[in-house]
Structures are given as structure tokens and as C-alpha cells.
Design a protein around this ligand. Structure first.
Ligand code: TXA
Ligand code: MG
Length: 332
């Protein structure tokens, strides 16, 4: 059930979470599907509702830096603790840090790993809820496993329906793309998932940070088991515009363009064109991307064609999601 985020409904959501129920809530990135991270049965419900493989660990959300201590065992890894101090100013924000896990966080949350991903989201509704519930909340994106992440309450309902006990409606998520995930463990900090906090910004804070793919094989930080090659994919075949050869055009094709003013007629007759940003601003592209993919996925198209951008800054996160979304229908 979708409800407005009134104080009463936020209290109800907190009560439901304490009872081991599932509550979906908005964050500045995407909607999360929350459960009490200290309650194993509640956490199991997340995996069941999403049909998520239990090898894919969840992010634990808390309201304040003080509360991080209840999730991560910083005394277990002084190096990680030092690195954490340097990135604390990114919270609340679209940033998740992988740290040593405290035993009060059920091991299922972390897919059995000794680590845990922690985030303080920067969204008033999420923060009110987390403050009121006073427990760490495990929350992956509130979509069926491997589908596109939800950026509105309706997206959550369409994907998970009755499996969620309550959906707090906070409107559209302003950032629209999932948080940056960084492991602070091991020899080097490691960018596990690019997001709104860019690799370039992180390099200025943690100069020895490496990209997950570029890290030496013997590095001892756990990699992100959730980073599957095929992910974020709609049901309709979707391909990067740059990967298309003009010889094989299906009948009904939709285009997701990053900017207005490009010549869309050169290739073929698009049945529908969605422009994510008039000026091609990547913050707007990110904010509107998932909703556009979902919208075109409802249109019985034969193919969705999507623009690309250089994989630097926020473009790295956008292209990460698009390369995964298009992997199924791309050669190689
Ligand atoms: O923006 C976000 O991060 C959203 C909102 C709801 O906070 N959440 C989200 O969660 O995107 P999810 O479950 O869809 O993605 C979590 C990512 C996965 O790639 C997972 O592999 C990684 O974080 N992760 C979680 N715990 C980890 C750990 N202990 N070690 C390495 N990677 C971890
Ligand atoms: Mg997800």
C-alpha cells in the first residue's frame, strides 16, 4: 500500500519495521526495500520479495554517524577506520562504505561476508524513518532482482506489490541512480559500484583508491558479489545507440536520448523518443534514466535504443548501468 509520508505514517512504518515487516521508503538515490538488519527472518523476507540470490549482500542504512558504530566493528580494522574518517563528510549522501561487520548485523545481510556496506541516506523521509526506528535497516533497491531500480513509489508497487507491507511515497528520487559503493577494507580502497559520488572526487580524498576491475588479483578486499554483468535490464531488448548496425532494424523502436537537438532521423523512424535532459546535463540524465527505461518497457516495443556518454565523472555510473542493462542483447 502506498501512503503519504505523514508523521503518523512514518511512525507506522517504524513500528512495522520493528515487527519484522518490509517497508519501502524513498532515498535521494532510489527507493529502498527496508527490513530490520538485526532480525534474520525480516532480512530473509527481502531476499524472498526480490527473488534476490542470497550471495548478493545488502546495504545497511542508519540515521547518524554515531549509529555507524552499531553496524560496523571499526576496532577490527584500524586502517579502514582511518579511511572512514576521511569520507565521513560524504554522509548523509549517496555513498556506501564497506567496513568490518558487527555480529549484531545478521550474516545474511552481508551474504555471509565478514564485511557490511553502510550508508546514511540524504533524504528527509528516510532520515525521519531511521531516527524513529532506532535500528539499522537493511535496504536494497526496491525492485525485483535484476530489474531496473525504482525511482517512484509506483515503480515499487508495480514490481513488488503485496510483498511490501507499506510504501512511503516521497515522490521521485532526486539523484535517480544507486549510491557509490566503496570498500574501505584491504590494501587499497576499492570502488565497487560507481555512483553520484564520482571516482574522480574519491581520488582526491583517498588517493590510493582503485577501480574494482583494475585492482590486482591478489588484493584481499572482498569484491561485490552483486555486480553481475547482466543487471538493471528491462524485458524489452535494449541496445546502446553506438552498438547498432543499420542493417537490422526491427519494427517498433524507442529512443532514449540524453539531449535535445541531436539529429534523431538519420537512423530510423522511432515510434517514441524520450529526451532525458534538454541540455544533456548528466545529473538530469541520471535522474530521469530509470523512469524512462521503465516507461518504454511498457510500450510493447521491439527494441529500446539508448544514448551513451563518456564514462568519466557521473558518466561512469550512467554507463555502468547501461552496459549492464544492454549486456543481454549485446554481442560478447
Ligand atoms: O542507493 C543505494 O545504494 C540503494 C538505496 C536503497 O540505498 N540501495 C541499493 O542496494 O542500491 P542494492 O542492494 O541494490 O545494491 C547493493 C550493492 C550491491 O552491488 C552489493 O553487491 C554491494 O552493494 N554490497 C553490499 N554489501 C557489500 C559487502 N559487504 N561487500 C561488497 N559489496 C557489498
Ligand atoms: Mg539493486
Amino acid at each position: 500500500m502506498i501512503v503519504p509520508p505523514t508523521p503518523e505514517n512514518i511512525s507506522l512504518a517504524a513500528t512495522l519495521l520493528c515487527q519484522g515487516k518490509l517497508v519501502a521508503f524513498p532515498t535521494e538515490t532510489v527507493y529502498g526495500l527496508g527490513a530490520d538488519a538485526t532480525n534474520e527472518k525480516a532480512v530473509q523476507k527481502i531476499f524472498d520479495a526480490k527473488n534476490r540470490p542470497t550471495i548478493n549482500p545488502l546495504i545497511v542504512h542508519v540515521a547518524s554517524i554515531d549509529a555507524v558504530d552499531g553496524v560496523a566493528d571499526l576496532s577490527a580494522d584500524p586502517v579502514a577506520a582511518e579511511r572512514l574518517k576521511k569520507v565521513l563528510h560524504l554522509w548523509p549522501g549517496p555513498f556506501s562504505a564497506v567496513l568490518p561487520r558487527k555480529s549484531s548485523i545478521v550474516s545474511l545481510v552481508s551474504a555471509g561476508l565478514p564485511s557490511v556496506a553502510v550508508r546514511i541516506p540524504n533524504h528527509p523521509i528516510a532520515l525521519s524513518l531511521l531516527k524513529e526506528v532506532k535500528r539499522p535497516i537493511a535496504a536494497p533497491s526496491a525492485n525485483p532482482s535484476s530489474y531496473v531500480s525504482p525511482t517512484t513509489a509506483r515503480h515499487v508497487e508495480a514490481g513488488l506489490g503485496a510483498a511490501v507491507d507499506l510504501i512511503l511515497d516521497g515522490g521521485a528520487c532526486p539523484i535517480g541512480i544507486e549510491s557509490t559503493v566503496v570498500s574501505l577494507l584491504g590494501r587499497h580502497p576499492l570502488l565497487l559500484r560507481p555512483g553520484f559520488i564520482t571516482f574522480e572526487e574519491l581520488q582526491s580524498i583517498l588517493p590510493d583508491i582503485q577501480l574494482a576491475g583494475a585492482a590486482p588479483v591478489e588484493q584481499d578486499a572482498p569484491l561485490s558479489p552483486g555486480l553481475l554483468r547482466e543487471h538493471y535490464a528491462p524485458r524489452t531488448p535494449i541496445a546502446l545507440r553506438t552498438a547498432l548496425s543499420e542493417s537490422r532494424y526491427p519494427a517498433r523502436v524507442g529512443l532514449i536520448a540524453f539531449r535535445a537537438g541531436d539529429d534523431f532521423t538519420g537512423n530510423f523512424d522511432y515510434s517514441v523518443i524520450r529526451i532525458l535532459s534538454q541540455s544533456g546535463q548528466l545529473t538530469e540524465v541520471a535522474a530521469n534514466l530509470f523512469a524512462a527505461i521503465r516507461e518504454l518497457d511498457q510500450m510493447q516495443l521491439d527494441l529500446i535504443v539508448v544514448d551513451s556518454c563518456p564514462a568519466i565523472g557521473l558518466g561512469r555510473a550512467i554507463m555502468d548501468r547501461l552496459v549492464r542493462a544492454t549486456a543481454k542483447f549485446s554481442p560478447g
